[in-house]
Ligand binder design. Structure first.
Ligand SMILES: CC(C)(COP(=O)(O)OP(=O)(O)OC[C@H]1O[C@@H](n2cnc3c(N)ncnc32)[C@H](O)[C@@H]1OP(=O)(O)O)[C@@H](O)C(=O)NCCC(=O)NCCS
Length: 245
């Protein structure tokens, strides 16, 4: 009963405009809508390579020119977003998230090249979105934090919140989707944050799943209004509820 009351309380909270949420971000997170230049671009490429090399569930080696081409294709103003988390002198960029506001019919065109699939092969994904009444969504192509800068919720909150705020305030879009491997920590974290696996496929012999949150406004209220410890308690309670008695 106490949980239901609490959930109801969250629903009554406002969604704050960008920069006005009561819970302030501690680190430096910058939202933009185009690829960075100079030091930040080099830092982003270095962080991208490192994130996908150092994680055993990805263990990928990305050539610089492929990352640059991906950025040019996927981060295009005004509908794209790019959030960067500041690092240190050695690693100017510690983490990144990018994507765009897309219509569901435009999604295959956006993601087919990355997945090495044809647009037709992604028809079922479009159907899944149509069945759930999702016409427009915010799609995250990339999300990652270098291991040495991980720790606690702050990196995830800081890389996520700015573009959810932007998507809601600029476009009134409230559906969000991304894909990952079930082995990434983001998978279980996202499932506790209102995302559900809606489609899966194989890419280079890896299973990948698409996770959809059809209405991220609850999540946005949580990350705008609740501190780290409160959210951690909330996540633990969600975990307890899911465990068989
Ligand atoms: C995805 C990524 C950014 C997630 O960051 P992370 O720090 O590994 O995420 P975690 O699962 O540790 O969760 C972050 C925090 O949430 C909180 N949390 C997570 N699950 C929790 C739970 N069940 N109960 C309470 N708190 C919890 C904790 O504070 C945790 O911090 P801690 O691990 O230092 O205690 C990172 O793993 C990464 O960059 N991976 C490689 C790239 C990748 O797979 N990207 C995703 C798709 S492309």
């Amino acid at each position: 009963m106490a949980t239901i009351k609490f959930l109801y309380k969250i629903l009554t909270w406002p969604i704050w405009p960008p920069g006005q949420a009561p819970v302030k971000l501690r680190g430096e997170f910058v939202l933009s809508h185009e690829p960075p230049t100079d030091t930040l671009l080099n830092g982003l490429v270095a962080a991208y390579k490192q994130v996908f090399k150092e994680t055993e569930y990805w263990a990928e080696d990305w050539p610089t020119e492929v990352i640059l081409a991906k950025l040019q294709r996927e981060v295009v103003p005004p509908r794209s977003f790019l959030t960067l988390m500041a690092g240190n002198n050695e690693w100017p960029v510690a983490g990144f998230a990018w994507g765009a506001k897309v219509g569901r019919k435009d999604l295959p065109n956006r993601i087919a090249p990355t997945l090495g699939k044809t647009e037709e092969e992604l028809d079922d994904l479009v159907t899944v979105l149509a069945r759930r009444g999702v016409k427009n969504l915010i799609y995250a192509d990339e999300f990652g934090v270098m291991r040495k800068f991980q720790g606690g919720l702050e990196p995830v909150r800081g890389l996520l919140r700015p573009w959810l705020e932007w998507a809601w305030h600029a476009y009134r879009v409230h559906a969000c989707m991304f894909w990952t491997t079930p082995s990434s920590p983001i998978y279980s974290l996202a499932c506790k944050m209102g995302f559900r696996s809606v489609y899966s496929t194989e890419v280079e012999r890896k299973e990948i799943v698409f996770l959809l949150n059809p209405d991220f406004r609850f999540l946005l209220k949580v990350v705008q209004n609740m501190g780290d410890r409160e959210i951690a308690r909330f996540l633990m309670a969600a975990e307890r509820r899911k465990k068989p008695k």
